[in-house]
Design a protein around this ligand. Structure first.
Ligand SMILES: [Zn+2]
Length: 147
């Protein structure tokens, strides 16, 4: 069994890791990447991770302000959008529905960046959003009775 490399997001055999690489979960090939490339991959990873959390905390917001000042334009842009998302609607639940309604400018940035696909509002789309964000045992479709 190998190890997971957090830069190329792949499982690679043990031989692909040096001693230090093992500890920090970065394979030999990715260790050779220029510092800026690694910074970009790791930062974008971290920023996307904030969106997956059930809430974007104050601490995350401070971290995002910092990343929004970084030298990398891609990291800067993404950090600034997620920073705005965290300010507008820290909780993940119903986040995009609320932002679309209450912060149209931010919503446009989100769509333009490809964070969320634009939708114009049919009920099924709203339902799809709720289903993916709030699926619990309680509102999951009942298993008995189907086929
Ligand atoms: Zn790698």
């Amino acid at each position: 069994m190998g190890h997971y490399c957090r830069i190329c997001s792949r499982y690679r055999p043990n031989e692909s890791f040096s001693g230090r690489g093992h500890r920090i979960h970065v394979c030999k090939k990715c260790s050779g990447l220029p510092r800026g490339v690694r910074f970009r991959i790791e930062s974008l990873d971290e920023i996307w991770g904030f969106l997956d959390q059930s809430i974007i905390s104050e601490k995350n917001i401070r971290r995002l302000s910092l990343l929004a000042e970084s030298a990398d334009p891609e990291v800067r842009e993404m950090a600034s959008i997620v920073h705005a998302i965290g300010k507008a609607h820290p909780g993940r639940r119903r986040r995009y529905k609320k932002i679309r309604a209450d912060h149209p400018e931010l919503w446009q940035r989100i769509v333009k960046k490809g964070i969320v696909e634009e939708w114009t509002g049919p009920a099924e789309r709203d339902y799809a959003f709720d289903a993916s964000e709030e699926m619990t045992d309680e509102n999951a479709p009942s298993r008995d009775g189907c086929n």
